[in-house]
Every structure is written in structure tokens, then in C-alpha cells.
Design a binder for this molecule. Sequence first.
Ligand code: HEM
Length: 628
Amino acid sequence: MATTSTAAVAPPPCRGFLSSGHAQLRLPPPAAAAAGRRRELLLRCSASGGNGNGKGGGFEEERRRRRQAELASRIASGEFTAQGPAWVAPLAANLAKLGPPGELAAGLLTKLAGGGASRGPEIPQAVGSIRAVADQAFFMPLYDLFITYGGIFRLNFGPKSFLIVSDPAIAKHILRDNSRAYSKGILAEILEFVMGTGLIPADGEIWRVRRRAIVPALHQKYVTAMIGLFGEASDRLCQKLDKAASDGEDVEMESLFSRLTLDVIGKAVFNYDFDSLSYDNGIVEAVYVTLREAEMRSTSPIPTWEIPIWKDISPRQKKVNEALALINNTLDELIDTCKRLVEEEDLQFHEEYMNEQDPSILHFLLASGDDVSSKQLRDDLMTMLIAGHETSAAVLTWTFYLLSKYPNVMAKLQDEADTVLGDRLPTIEDVKKLKYTTRVINESLRLYPQPPVLIRRSIEDDMLGGYPIGRGEDIFISVWNLHRCPKHWDDADVFNPERWPLDGPNPNEINQNFSYLPFGGGPRKCVGDMFATFETVVATAMLVRRFDFQMAPGAPPVEMTTGATIHTTEGLKMTVTRRTKPPVIPNLEMKVISDSQKNTSSTPSMAISAASIASGEDQQGEVSATRI
Ligand code: HEM
């Protein structure tokens, strides 16, 4: 079968943050009994998926399992284990950087120096080489190390050192209880070139002011109105798939989901129609060039973009600068146009203000009289464009991957979509009824959290898990590990939407006590959580209502790699078949905001959001994301 090529401007994503570095892992020697227990745990905890029977399967699963088993047996054999006086670890780490002879010397040194006593509580240290696992996404080996060495340990690689946190109580402390003692650290440094002081990288006073300005824009009426936009964009994707099904072409769904969510977020944030599902234009290409650069910077061991002269003459940097200039000019024009519209408007601003011709966040911000420089406004828009684009696309990609592996879940999902949606574009009332679809998204986010790690830096001394830490520590909170911890989850690796009862609260960080963090937690929790949940629910329901999805024959194995979110290494190539049900023809004359959607101020609270109301940020008096 031929393949519909849709990835012209989206080059393959980069490898993991640590994958090209030489991570050095060293830990205190486990007692023999503990090693045995760990080995047992490791065997139970391979982070693989499974098939519809929950028994696992597939070539890629097998490869993943083999690689994990290899690392597990190397850890259990004590290969990474060394002990000795405090000076041994850094010296061994530096030796190991010199390649295989250095690694050998490091091994000998640590063996000879063995038996050092610890003075007070010390965070377990990982030192050694993970080159053997360098061909997988970096959060995968972190999982095996977590299973072996616990909820907090130090990872040294090269001159860098990170604390890896996989314990819910420690995550809660950093993200919520003592969040003021932590900044975005490396993340802010990496993203500065594209997001400036936008909401994600910003810290301190700038963050506080911008969060207070932006959160109100995602109010109930706005998110409800967006459901029409989600439906129309998903319908355009359905038309594309319809054509592929007629032509007998396989489709690369990851790239299509990326386009779907780009089209949605452009309209939702600044009322710009990228129309990337229809064609590639300069601005779409510029967005992808910028996104890939941000991911490259987050995964590269050497910051070539900072090297004097080179940064000015490198063709890659030139392309990035041109792309950024194009996006910035476009955003400036959109801001100017919107300012004119607001000036001409007979404006009566109120809490749930929304311009029905242009319900975008930009319009809200300008109408609210937000006193902000154009540069800051641009940073905020750019931040939301990126935050709301790749994340939702990744959720859809991994959801459809999981559905192809679990046909029983797909069948239930299709039943629900048939019953609830009929032949209409979804309304807010429909979305409330799509409870199983919502559980599928909840569960997909558990298995494939986007992003898989949250990054912080301590800006004060603190205690984490009983260990003292100094300021300046770079910290990775592994959401992947939290979401797959065998102590917290039954059959942690199995895709089981039924684990979340339909009549129960929507799972979130509060009711799962920070073992489940799909949208983060505390004051920096995602502002787009409801938006994103509705967007992915609407798209999933509309697609499965019309089509069956299977992995395409001969499709490359679906492996993970990571930048900001979890990507596939070679795309998600699927065969799409029209369902045998009578064709569904949505009423495209329906307005983006239907009459029933206009009067939403009295919309009763949904089960899906009721539980998220009591979020950590409220307890801290910070501005929380809007709930419906
Ligand atoms: C399924 C899709 C999404 C997922 C999984 C997701 C996930 C997250 C997570 C985990 C964080 C916390 C990051 C941290 O603590 O370091 C976050 C923050 C953020 N998200 Fe989302 N997000 C999604 C969609 C969106 C959308 C659609 C928007 C905008 C409309 C958005 C805007 C933001 C912003 C602005 C922040 C920073 C908040 C702050 O620091 O105050 N996200 N997101």
C-alpha cells in the first residue's frame, strides 16, 4: 500500500535528553537479599505495553523488554555498584568519561576503594556507564534505576548531576508544598530563545503577574466554545482519512495529529488559521523548525548554539533565526489587528467576556486591558502555542497506538461514540457523556505522560525525602516513573481504562496523591488541562466513530524517543478503514458556538472536573486553572 506523506515539514524528532551523553551510574552496594528482591521487581516491572489480552506482544515490545532485561541484569549483577570514600565517586565519574579504558579504571578504582562509610544521610548516587542503553528514550533507564534504587537518587553524567525524583510525596513537596523554593532551571535556559519570559519558563514575579492575567482567559464559556472548534478541525482530519481510506493509502498518524492540534491551537490562542491539515505554507514550516530546534537544544550535550561566531554562521541557526523572525512578525501583526478590533468594539468586559467572532485568548487579554509589553504578549502566545500543540498531539498519537493494541477497548469506545454522538459534531453535553472516552485519555496519559519528566532547580536549601539538598540542584521529577510505579498501580504496564470507574471523580494529582500528574500540580499546574482533555476526547470520539485503525502491514516498530514530549522514532503508520456503520455526515452548518453553548454559565459541574477544583494552587492562594 502507498503511504500518504504528511511529514514534509516535520523532520524526525531528536533523541533523548541523556541519550547522547555518557551517563555515569554508581550506587551504594545493595545487600545480597535486596539485590535478589530488586531482580525480582525488575522482572515484574518491564515498562512495556501489551495486546488486547494484556499479555504483551509485538516485536517492538520484545526488543524493549530485552533491553530492559539486559540493564536489569547488569544492575543486579552489581556492575554499576561501587562504594568508597566521598572522593571516589567524582573521580570515577571523570575517569569513566574518558571512554572504555577510563571506565575500566573507574571500575577498578571503585572496587579497590570499596567499603567507605557514609556520614549521615546521603542521597544514593548513580555512577557508571549507560552507553549500552543509549539507543532508547532517557526516561526508560531512569525507570530501571528507580526500581532498583528508590524514589530519589543522584545521577551524575559528565560534569552534570541531577536528582531523579520518582516518589509522590517528594514530588508533592517540590511542586506544591514548597514550590517557592524551586525554579524552572535548565528548562528556562533552553526555552529562552523561543518563549522568552512566557508562562512556562518564567519564574518569580513575572510568572505570578502573567499567570494572573492568562488563567482567567480560559474561562468556562471559552473552553465550551472551543468544543465547536475541536469538532470542525477533527472533521477536517476525518475528511483526509476518508480520502486515504478510499485510495487504499496508509497514513502516518503522528504527523496528522501534530497538524490537527496546530490548527486548533492557532485559532484558540490568537485566531490564526494555520490550516496545516490542508497544506504546508511558510509559517507552518517556521513553527516546526522552531519546535525541532527547541527539542534539539533540550537533548544536545553540547550547546553549539552558544558558540561565538558559529552561532552566526551556522546554516541551521540561520534557518532558526529566519523562522523565529517570521513567527514573531506574524504574531506582531495579529496583535496589532486584534488591538484595532478591540478599539472598535463596543466593549463591555466582564469575567466571562468572549468575542464571538474571535474568541481567542489574545482577544480576551487585550480586551481585559492587560497592561503588558508587546514582547511579553508575544512570549505568552508563543508559549501557549508550543505548550498546547505537541502535548495534545502526543496524547492522541499514543492513544491510537494503544487502541491498535487493545481492540477490546477500541470496541467499547466505538460503542460509546455511536451512542452519544450520532451524526452530530459534539457539543459540551455530548462531551460530558463521553465518559469512557475520557477514561481512555486519562489512562493513555498515565502510560505516556507528556512531558515524561518535569524539570526544576532548587533556589534554596531544602530537605527531600529526609536528605538535605543545597540550592542549585537540578531535579527531574519522573512522571513516567510515578505513573508506572508497581507499588501504586496494579498491572502498572497494562492499558486498562476500567481502572478509573466511570462514576468516579476525574483522576488528578489531588485525588491520586501525586502518584498521577498528567497536568503537573501545585501553582505551576497546566492552565490548559480542561481544554486539552476536551480536545483529545472530541478528536478521539470523532475518529473512532467513523474509522477502524490498525497498524499498517510492514509498519516500522513503534519505539519511543523524547524531546519535550514522547515521540515515536519512525511515526505511527496505520491502515484506516471506514466503519461499516452508516456513514456519519456531521452538520457542518453548525456554528462554532451553538445556542445551547451560549448559556453555559449555569452548566452544572462535570464529574470530570469536579475533583480537580480542589487543586493545590487554591490552597496556596495562587491562580488556578479555570474549571467547568
Ligand atoms: C494533553 C495536553 C497537555 C498536557 C499533557 C499538558 C501538560 C502540562 C504539564 C505537565 C504542565 C506542568 C509543567 C511543569 O510543572 O513544569 C503544563 C504547564 C502548562 N501548560 Fe499544559 N498541557 C497540555 C495542554 C496545554 C494547552 C492546550 C495549553 C494552552 C491552552 C497549555 C498551557 C500550559 C501552560 C501555559 C503551562 C505553564 C503553566 C505555569 O507554569 O504556570 N497546556 N502543561
